[in-house]
Design a protein around this ligand. Structure first.
Ligand code: FE2
Length: 66
């Protein structure tokens, strides 16, 4: 994660990291499903739910900052 000088910059970096995690898990979930590993795909979907929650909470904080 890049160095942040101010709290808002830190939250913006967190938001980007959450988005990257989301995209990565979505790709892996699709790959697991295509491979036929339903257990792994389901586990990754749960992780996507978690990351979506983190992303939305961080976005909400940033929106309230304005
Ligand atoms: Fe997260």
């Amino acid at each position: 994660m890049p160095q942040a000088k101010r709290p808002r910059e830190l939250l913006e970096a967190v938001l980007k990291a959450e988005e990257n995690a989301l995209l990565g898990y979505k790709t892996r979930a699709e790959q697991a499903a295509a491979y036929g590993d339903k257990g792994l795909a389901t586990h990754l979907e749960t992780m996507i739910e978690d990351e979506t929650s983190h992303f939305e909470e961080t976005a909400k904080i940033l929106k309230g900052w304005e």
